[in-house]
Design a protein around this ligand. Structure first.
Ligand SMILES: Cc1cc2nc3c(=O)[nH]c(=O)nc-3n(C[C@H](O)[C@H](O)[C@H](O)COP(=O)(O)O)c2cc1C
Length: 187
């Protein structure tokens, strides 16, 4: 069958696209505003280029004309720390997707351990095997409720033992496949 996207409503189009473009990496994004550390997962996320080193993440609204906290914080402070999901922190990731009031921190509420290796970036989640310390690069204007944000990777944390002598990184990231989290498997 051929599906004509103009005949599909928004919710079903979201389901069809996100069940089809799989697996997707999950950006577990940490931002800050007024002393509140915010963490939330985003799977409309992909690298665009390595030179410049830029990734794009599409973030929606909390309600009409009110951006999700992560988007608000990135646009205000121009910084984001992208952590990656593995099987040990997948449950915390799901919890951190809960829509909280802006003054509430997912990190505090769900007791997620963080550390701050770089003073001028938001902290990273301690259980991540690697993290990208990013600055706002640009915003892509598209119609609708979602804002694609391009972030430039300035620095990267890699857990000891995961970077080999040929600059290959070995991580056990978990991605999103439809409604599920899936680990990458070797073929
Ligand atoms: C695995 C996963 C992937 C998600 N991907 C996205 C996404 O790409 N864009 C988006 O706007 N929300 C996405 N969400 C929902 C947000 O995580 C959720 O709305 C969260 O409450 C936003 O938090 P914030 O207001 O603190 O930024 C995803 C949720 C999960 C569990």
């Amino acid at each position: 069958m051929i599906i004509d996207y103009k005949d599909v409503n928004d919710l079903n189009r979201y389901k069809i696209m996100s069940d089809t473009v799989v697996p997707r990496p999950i950006a577990w994004i940490v931002t800050e505003d007024e002393g509140v550390i915010n963490a939330a997962p985003f799977s409309y996320f992909v690298p665009l280029s390595s030179n410049p080193a830029v990734v794009v993440v599409s973030i929606g609204q909390k309600e009409k004309d009110v951006p999700k906290d992560s988007l608000h914080n990135i646009l205000k402070h121009k910084k984001a720390t992208i952590c990656f999901v593995n099987k040990d922190n997948a449950e915390q990731v799901k919890l951190s997707a809960t829509m909280l009031d802006k003054s509430e921190s997912e990190i505090e509420k769900y007791e997620i351990e963080v550390q701050r290796p770089l003073e001028d970036f938001p902290p990273m989640i301690s259980s991540t095997q690697t993290a990208l310390f990013c600055e706002f690069y640009s915003q892509v204007d598209i119609p609708g409720k979602t804002t694609p944000i391009i972030l430039e990777v300035k620095k990267q944390y890699i857990e000891d033992g995961r970077l080999d002598e040929r600059s290959h990184v070995h991580v056990d990231n978990v991605g999103r496949s439809g409604a599920f989290f899936k680990a990458m498997v070797d073929l």
